[in-house]
Ligand binder design. Sequence first.
Ligand SMILES: Cc1cc2nc3c(=O)[nH]c(=O)nc-3n(C[C@H](O)[C@H](O)[C@H](O)COP(=O)(O)OP(=O)(O)OC[C@H]3O[C@@H](n4cnc5c(N)ncnc54)[C@H](O)[C@@H]3O)c2cc1C
Length: 382
Amino acid sequence: MEESDFSDVLASVREFIRERVVPLETEIDEKDAIPDSLRDACKAMGLYGFAIPEEYGGLGLPLSQEVRLVFELGYTTPALRSMFGTNNGIAGHVLIEGGTEEQKNEWLPKLASGEVTASFALTEADAGSDPSGLATTARRDGDEWVLNGSKRYITNAPLADVFMVFARTNPDVPANRGISAFLVPRSAAGVSVGPKDHKMGQFGAWTADVHLDDVRVDGPALIGGEDGVDKGFITAMRCLAHGRVHIAALCVGMAERLVDESVSFARTREQGGHPIGTFQLIQGLIADSVTDYRAGHALVLAAAAAFDAGTDTSVGPSSAKYFASEMVGRVADRAVQVHGGAGYMRGVPVERFYRDARLFRIYEGTSQIQQVIIARGVLGRL
Ligand SMILES: Cc1cc2nc3c(=O)[nH]c(=O)nc-3n(C[C@H](O)[C@H](O)[C@H](O)COP(=O)(O)OP(=O)(O)OC[C@H]3O[C@@H](n4cnc5c(N)ncnc54)[C@H](O)[C@@H]3O)c2cc1C
């Protein structure tokens, strides 16, 4: 997008987040739901499709612009971003990366407008960090495929209209080569969604199990068509690499908010007749968080630029996700410390962000998996 148009988008998203969403954060956390008014506003602003190409109705932002948008989204509850995150990110990207032209034309405009919510269904009870161990199967039966299995912790499953399901199509080749991806409408017979998971944080964002019991889909449901047979794992890894830079940007946005909360509290809270911000030990906590935030900001911009240029689509995304997710954990911990007892109380933003931030080190690849990818990337085959 032209920089001048993009600046307008950024300014309106910034205003929306700070003036309309921030005041509702506690309500979202307590009710575990995003108000419909915010959902509708996000649709109207094009937020369901910022990463979807313009020819399919999205804003078509390259990753370098996407991360600047996500810095703004990260300033508030991550549940807001999660609501449209799967359409733009891991689920929508399965189609962008691996879909046929017909599949893109049919589904991407509906994802971009928010008419349809899509989920990315890779993880299973016994296949998380190593998804090549997944047990869900897809068996050919004439022109149809028959899917059986269960997926776990699937973001937006309770709302989803369609699932991008990864299933084993060929048990006779090495584990990660025999997997394909399928578009499975929620309305298909045999699809059921379990109860909402009771999570630690990020209330307002929902996950659940998805069960597939003899689900029949026809040939066009195979992502990428016949060329997509056994290519699902590669598609999933490409989507996750893009998603990792996105999550890193979200962490940076949250870190900025945590710094702002810490600074304003340290300016106004007094002990012994002095604002706590005058104490050098409090200054040390704040200085460390500002430094962490700035390092994360610079790293994410660099990783996004290298991703767009095609010069680094693996170590860069993993380093950004690893550093930024660990970084926001440290910043959240210091923010609670700066707030003293208040930081441990419900209704105080830093308490909520402390819980919300914990997820970033776990999903879309744990910190240990990012370490493995980074080390393999630089060591090469030994
Ligand atoms: C709120 C939430 C939302 C999610 N949304 C989705 C979604 O939309 N779609 C989806 O498909 N999945 C989703 N997930 C799943 C998520 O990606 C997995 O939980 C994550 O990848 C970790 O897998 P696991 O939970 O099975 O843990 P495990 O893989 O069992 O890991 C347990 C521990 O072992 C470590 N470990 C595992 N393998 C290695 C290794 N090789 N080297 C070193 N350490 C290792 C891990 O780092 C971790 O510390 C979500 C999870 C959560 C909690």
